[in-house]
Design a protein. Sequence first.
Length: 64
Amino acid sequence: MREKSEFTEKLVAINRITKVVKGGRRFGFSALVVVGNQKGKIGIAHAKAKQVPDAIKKATNSAK
């Protein structure tokens, strides 16, 4: 089971990053996430990954 966290997560932006290589284009994604407990504690994180859910997960974990 997943624990109930005291932090609230808010996804601010997702950007698509394109890298042109010899065989075509490689796509990646970056996510900007803000995490806070609504009692004055806040964290902001930016993370990149090949898939959108992975980028969001990485940003959320590093913002806490």
